[in-house]
Design a protein around this ligand. Structure first.
Ligand code: NAD
Ligand code: 6OD
Length: 496
């Protein structure tokens, strides 16, 4: 068991965060502000990579493929990845502090989920890359001597990794680790909202002695900035992206001319189905977690909760009571819920709160902004909110909101539950709550999603496929799936 984190100051207080290009930290050029969502204060400034710096980073990554990195064996590369995990753990408190400063998330979450998962991602992919087997097929030939086919895995080349702000370190390392384990070089771009844990990761990469250009870090925005420059760059071979579905579409357009390989983890409008035979208390606690974790800013969060009619009123009353009891506050206050990522995201979520009212929804709890009477009023806090009574085609039921809100509705049969859950353009995750194992399996199989949990939510084994269908993504990451995306298999046929 890890000891509770020490609270340390934000490592970049008053500083300007650099990019990392070809093994050098670069702070020249334009900069942008990094604002705390807790109180609206400026916490640091950040170097914005332009097209020229992006080009330098891609060039450095290309050269590094031909340098010492390209000659390392898989065990040597994996040993370096383990050192990365060790250095993250050695600087754990700084990582926690950096993640909290950018996002306002709770100390509990940053120290139990976000930062440990970053280190775990490097260890998991070191293990998986080492354990990976090659295919081998013996074949017959007319001369009777036969031939042997075997596959080797080569890196894809220069990989762009573009991450969102909600689980910044977890999601960036989720792609950087397998990309490096497979021998690629990486140009990473974290969200403009959350540059700090990525900046610490760049320091760690230098500390463990990764050759220059193997890991490059660019800060900046999407359109007209580092994100677009990177995804258009002709010398980037593959893009691993997590973010909004609309951004995925824009990246596809940018990447089309140079026909890049794409792995996309996109948005969700996930359903939870609570059957009357579920363990009531477990379903209630799990649903509260699946709706409100990280202030509703997890792609897997349930924004639509369907409850079987016999327990609907009781379950909804308990859910609303649970939501009202959630404590909203600053990261170190021991609160359950931090702020949203920014004021502009809060405006978007509040827009949906208003829309829910105008779409004839009944707000059961929340629906507004909490007032603290202190500096937190300058932040991006919002009330957890539950709505009922919306039509199934209401925008609040159809569109991803990405905040602490869900709509609750009853269902009367298994068939209806399946229909309601699947009646969406998204297809990321579902949570099913039932004590009937046959039903659980039957219903889970019918969910049009990439991930279904039965009697839990966000329980992760890093070897399993992760991703979505429909608007929720392209491809799968996790375990062998990530290794497959970040490698080019090549067959060698030896005539015997
Ligand atoms: P976003 O799409 O706005 O931004 C994600 C990243 O893409 C950022 O780094 C941003 O700078 C960059 N970007 C934006 N426009 C770009 C462009 N035109 N070209 C290149 N890069 C561009 O997403 P967000 O608001 O940071 O994150 C929230 C979204 O991410 C939600 O929709 C959520 O569901 C989704 N998400 C999905 C998963 C998943 O695993 N499926 C995980 C986390 C978040
Ligand atoms: O757990 C993971 O590996 C993962 N990719 C989680 C994504 C969460 C979305 O916000």
């Amino acid at each position: 068991m890890r000891p509770p984190p020490r609270i340390v100051p934000y490592p970049f207080a008053g500083a300007r965060l650099p990019c990392l290009v070809g093994g050098e930290f670069v702070s020249a050029g334009r900069q942008f502000d990094n604002i705390s969502p807790v109180d609206g204060r400026l916490i640091s400034t950040v170097t914005e990579a332009d097209a020229a710096l992006t080009d330098r980073a891609v060039g450095a990554a290309r050269s590094a493929l031909r340098g010492p990195w390209g000659r390392l064996s898989t065990p040597e590369r994996c040993a370096l990845l383990r050192k990365v995990a060790e250095r993250i753990e050695a600087r754990f408190d700084e990582f926690v502090s950096a993640e909290i400063a950018d996002t306002g998330k709770t100390l509990q979450q940053a120290s139990a989920l976000d930062i440990p998962r970053g280190a775990a991602n490097f260890r998991a992919y070191a293990d998986l890359a080492l354990a990976r087997a090659s295919e081998c097929f013996e074949m017959g030939t007319p001369d009777g001597r036969g031939a042997l086919n075997y596959s080797v895995h080569k890196p894809v080349g220069v990989v762009a990794v573009i991450a969102p702000w909600n689980l910044p370190f977890l999601l960036l390392t989720w792609k950087v680790a397998p990309a490096l384990a497979c021998g690629n070089t990486v140009v990473a771009k974290p969200s403009e909202e959350t540059p700090s844990s990525a900046a610490l990761l760049a320091e760690v990469m230098q500390e463990v002695g990764l050759p220059p250009g193997v890991f490059n870090l660019l800060h900046g925005f999407g359109p007209g900035s580092a994100g677009e420059a990177l995804t258009r760059h002709p010398d980037v071979d593959a893009i691993a992206f997590t973010g909004e579905s609309a951004t995925g579409a824009a990246i596809m357009r940018s990447a089309a001319d140079s026909v890049k390989a794409l792995s996309f983890e996109l948005g969700g409008k996930n359903a939870a189905l609570v059957f009357a035979d579920a363990d009531f208390d477990a379903a209630l606690a799990g649903t509260l977690r699946s709706v409100f974790s990280n202030c509703g800013q997890v792609c897997l969060c349930s924004e639509r909760v369907y409850v079987e009619r016999p327990i609907f009123e009781r379950f909804v009353a308990a859910l609303a009571a649970g939501a009202r009891a959630l404590r909203i506050g600053a990261p170190y206050d021991g609160a359950d819920l931090g702020p949203l990522i920014s004021r502009s995201h809060r405006d978007k979520v509040l827009g949906y709160y208003r829309l829910a009212r105008s779409e004839q929804g009944e707000i059961l709890c929340g629906g507004g902004v909490p007032r603290f009477g202190d500096e937190r009023d300058g932040g991006a806090f919002i009330e957890p909110t539950i709505v009922r009574g919306l039509a199934e085609d209401a925008r609040c039921v159809k569109e991803e909101i990405f905040g602490p809100i869900c709509h609750v509705a009853p269902f009367d049969s298994e068939e209806q539950a399946v229909h309601l859950a699947n009646d969406t353009r998204y297809g990321l995750a579902a949570a099913l709550w039932t004590s009937n194992l046959q039903r659980a399996h039957r219903v889970a199989r019918q969910m049009e999603v990439g991930i279904a949990w039965v009697n839990d939510w966000f329980l992760r084994d890093l070897r399993t496929p992760f991703g979505g269908v429909k608007l929720s993504g392209i491809g799968r990451e996790g375990g062998a799936h990530s290794l497959a995306f970040f490698s080019e298999p090549m067959n060698i046929c030896v005539k015997l």
